[in-house]
Design a protein around this ligand. Structure first.
Ligand code: PAF
Length: 289
């Protein structure tokens, strides 16, 4: 265990468990915020949420190789542990768990969490490896830490639903809670991957949420859902995006909405989800409909 900027850093599961055991023995609760580091204001808002929900906050930082395909950005994914710890030291963070790959995937590791339900479609069609990698690491992190609460950003809305589903199915005791998406002043959802955008792309990136909000207004205004989605996809293309999907889904199960138009009663029960490439950067976002 080491101390950095007044933070306690655990690098092994044994060290992590020594910390959490001491909290448990005193009858204190703790909320966990699992991250891959490169912390921005979106992550820090989850840390603040965790502070308000439990006696202690535990943050994990681990760039999980299992959720990246060989052609994806695992090698270039920003790794900024020292800066991350500096940022966390302004919060009431009891410990940071920073394992290395060998700690989480020792030689001979061969178990993976398989998924159905909300893991089907959307991201899975374009990143088929992704949710198995996320589910396996999140299961391992939650079993290693055994927090009372674990908080995940709604920015990765399908990921949140997948984690809620497998935690329920596998009887993982942590309560899985979502934290609202944080946005830049122009509306772009905060993401560690925004750092990949060039200055020009950064200005253009706001069109993703702008077009999504326009699509929402059209659906609320009674336009047939498929027409609003088709127009949204065309608008994204005309603004220089290569969209993977723009999809209207039921908010809990994430099943696609087949209705021609939405009734008033359906407002608030659906989610518009999008993934689109801008140059070499893949952006995702979602809003309630
Ligand atoms: O959202 C993330 O940062 C990651 O997918 C997570 C949940 C920490 C698992 O590696």
């Amino acid at each position: 265990m080491t101390k950095s900027h007044t933070l306690t850093i655990a690098r092994t599961i044994d060290d992590l468990r020594a910390i959490t055991k001491a909290w448990r023995q005193k009858g204190e609760t703790y909320a966990m915020v699992p991250t891959m580091g490169a912390l921005h204001a979106g992550h820090l808002s989850l840390v603040e949420q965790a502070e308000s929900m439990a006696d202690h906050v535990l943050v994990s930082i681990f760039v999980n190789p299992a959720q990246f395909a060989p052609n994806e950005d695992f090698d270039s994914y920003p790794r900024t542990e020292e800066e991350d710890c500096k940022k966390l030291s302004s919060y009431r963070v009891g410990a940071v768990f920073c394992p290395n790959a060998n700690e989480m995937y020792p030689s001979g590791f061969c178990t993976h969490v398989g998924l159905e339900g909300p893991a089907k479609g959307l991201e899975s069609e374009f990143r088929p490896h992704f949710f198995q990698g996320v589910a396996t690491i999140v299961t391992k992190l939650l079993l290693a830490a055994q927090p009372d609460i674990a908080i995940f950003g709604e920015k990765d809305f399908q990921q949140l639903r997948v984690i809620q589903q497998f935690s329920r199915d596998l009887n993982i005791p942590a309560k899985i809670v979502g934290g609202p998406t944080m946005r830049e002043a122009d509306g772009l959802a905060m993401s560690s991957r925004n750092a990949y955008l060039s200055e020009k792309e950064r200005k253009e990136a706001v069109q993703l949420i702008t077009i999504m909000r326009k699509t929402k207004d059209k659906i609320h205004g009674g336009m047939p859902c498929h027409s609003a989605l088709d127009e949204g996809l065309a608008d994204l293309k005309s603004q220089g995006f290569k969209p993977d999907y723009l999809s209207l889904n039921e908010s809990e199960s994430l099943t696609p909405i087949k209705a021609h138009t939405l009734t008033r009663e359906q407002f608030g029960t659906c989610r518009l989800l999008a993934a689109a490439w801008l140059g070499k950067t893949r952006l995702i976002d979602n809003i309630e409909i």
